[in-house]
Design a protein around this ligand. Structure first.
Ligand SMILES: Nc1ncnc2c1ncn2[C@@H]1O[C@H](COP(=O)(O)OP(=O)(O)OP(=O)(O)O)[C@@H](O)[C@H]1O
Ligand SMILES: [Mg+2]
Length: 347
C-alpha cells in the first residue's frame, strides 16, 4: 500500500453513512427526469410515489413481500462496526413498514488494490452478526472493485397486506414517539475529524447497531397508524414526509427530543455534518419555530436512526405497556394536528 493513500475507512469519501444520501430535491429532480414510474400493477401495494421506506408486493390475500436496498460509504473506521451499522440500517426499512425481515443479500464495493480484502471480510462478518441477531440469513450478494468502499444490504421481508404501516397513515391528534436518541451524524463527524472521545464512539456504535425490531411487533397493532425510520434527512425531514403523506401538520416539543449523551459539546465546537445545512435548506420553508442551533438536532442526518411512530392518543397507556413488555426505550416527542400553514411547528 502506498503511503499517500487514506489509512482510515472514513477518509475514503466525503459523505458517510446515510449522510451521503442524495439531497431530497436532487433525488426528485433525477426521478422526475427519468420519466414516470408507472406502477400500474395493483399488486404493487407500495412503490416509490409516497417516499416510503420499502416497496411491497402482494403475493396472496395474506402475504406480501417487502424489499428494500440501502448502502453507503464508511461511517466508522472499524470494518466490523461498519458492516454491523450498514446491516442494522438496511434491515430497519423492513421494520419501519411493520414487516418481518427474512433474508438479505450484500452489496459490496471495494478498492481491492488499495484496501486489504481482509478488511472487506470484516465488514461482511459484522453484517452477518447483525443478520444473526435479527434472525435472518445473509443469503448472498454482489461485489465490485471500485474507487470507494461501499457496503449495504438488499433486505427481503414478509407482511400480511392488511398490516402494512406506511409513513402516511397518521391521523389528526395522534401522538408521536421516537425509539432512539438523535446525534449519530454529529458523532460520526466528530469521528471523521478525529475529535471523538472513546465513550462517545461506543455510544455511536451502540445506538446505530440497535435493531428497530419493535417495528415487526407494531405491525400487528392497528392502534399504530404510521411508522418510518429517521435516517439521512434528519428528524425534521422524515417527519415532514410523514405529515405531508397524511395531509396533516406536526408539532414537535423541542425540550422532549432525546439526544445521545455528549453531543452538545461537539455542537458547541461546530462539529456536525455539512449535510445538516443541506437538510435545513430543503425543509426550513415548511417549518416554524426552529430557533438558533436547534436546527442541528432537528436536521442531523441519522444512520440507522430510530423509528418515528404515530399512535392514536386513546391508546397511549396500551402503547407504554407494550413498549415496556418488549424492553423498548421510547420518547414521546409531539403530535399530529390538522393541517396548518407549516408542516412542522416546533413548540
Ligand atoms: N434510484 C432510485 N430509483 C427509484 N426510486 C428511488 C431511487 N432512489 C430512491 N428512490 C425512492 O425514493 C424514496 C426515498 O428513498 P430513500 O432512500 O430516502 O428511502 P429509504 O430507503 O427509507 O431511506 P433510508 O434507508 O435512509 O431510510 C423511496 O420511495 C425510494 O424507493
Ligand atoms: Mg427509511
Amino acid at each position: 500500500m502506498t503511503t499517500n493513500l487514506p489509512t482510515r475507512l472514513t477518509e475514503w469519501s466525503e459523505g458517510s453513512g446515510c449522510g451521503c444520501k442524495i439531497a431530497p430535491a436532487i433525488l426528485d429532480q433525477i426521478l422526475n427526469a427519468s420519466g414516470s414510474f408507472s406502477q400500474k400493477d395493483p399488486r404493487l401495494l407500495v412503490g416509490n410515489s409516497t417516499k416510503d421506506d420499502a416497496a411491497i408486493y402482494q403475493v396472496s390475500d395474506d402475504l406480501a413481500v417487502i424489499n428494500t436496498v440501502d448502502f453507503f460509504t464508511p461511517i466508522v473506521d472499524d470494518p466490523f462496526d461498519f458492516g454491523r451499522i450498514a446491516a442494522a440500517n438496511a434491515i430497519s426499512d423492513v421494520y419501519a413498514m411493520g414487516g418481518k425481515p427474512v433474508f438479505a443479500n450484500a452489496i459490496l464495493s471495494w478498492p481491492v488494490e488499495k484496501l486489504a480484502p481482509e478488511l472487506a471480510a470484516k465488514v461482511l462478518e459484522g453484517a452477518k452478526s447483525i443478520c444473526k441477531t435479527a434472525g435472518i440469513e445473509l443469503a448472498g450478494g454482489h461485489s465490485i472493485a471500485a474507487k470507494d468502499p461501499i457496503f449495504g444490504l438488499s433486505v427481503n421481508g414478509i407482511i400480511n397486506p392488511r398490516k402494512i404501516k406506511t409513513n402516511g397513515g397518521s391521523q389528526s391528534g395522534d401522538l408521536l414517539f421516537l425509539t432512539k436518541p438523535l446525534g449519530i451524524g454529529v458523532l460520526a463527524t466528530a469521528l471523521k475529524r478525529q475529535k471523538i472521545q472513546e465513550q462517545d464512539y461506543l455510544n455511536l456504535v451502540d445506538t446505530a447497531c440497535r435493531l428497530n425490531a419493535i417495528g415487526t411487533v407494531l405491525g400487528n397493532h392497528e392502534e399504530v397508524h404510521a411508522m418510518t425510520d429517521v435516517t439521512g434527512f434528519g428528524l425534521l425531514g422524515h417527519l415532514i414526509e410523514m405529515a405531508d403523506g397524511a395531509g396533516l401538520s406536526a408539532q414537535l416539543e423541542i425540550d422532549k427530543l432525546p439526544l445521545i449523551e455528549g453531543i452538545q459539546e461537539y455542537i458547541n465546537q461546530f462539529i456536525f455534518p455539512d449535510n445538516t445545512y443541506r437538510n435545513w435548506n430543503g425543509y426550513s420553508a415548511k417549518s416554524k419555530g426552529v430557533v438558533g442551533m436547534d436546527l442541528v438536532k432537528l436536521c442531523d442526518p441519522q444512520t440507522s436512526g430510530g423509528l418515528l411512530i404515530s399512535v392514536a392518543p386513546e391508546n397511549k397507556a396500551w402503547f407504554a405497556e407494550t413498549m415496556n413488555l418488549h424492553n423498548q426505550v421510547i420518547w414521546e416527542i409531539g403530535r399530529f394536528v390538522d393541517k396548518g400553514d407549516f408542516v412542522v411547528e416546533v413548540v
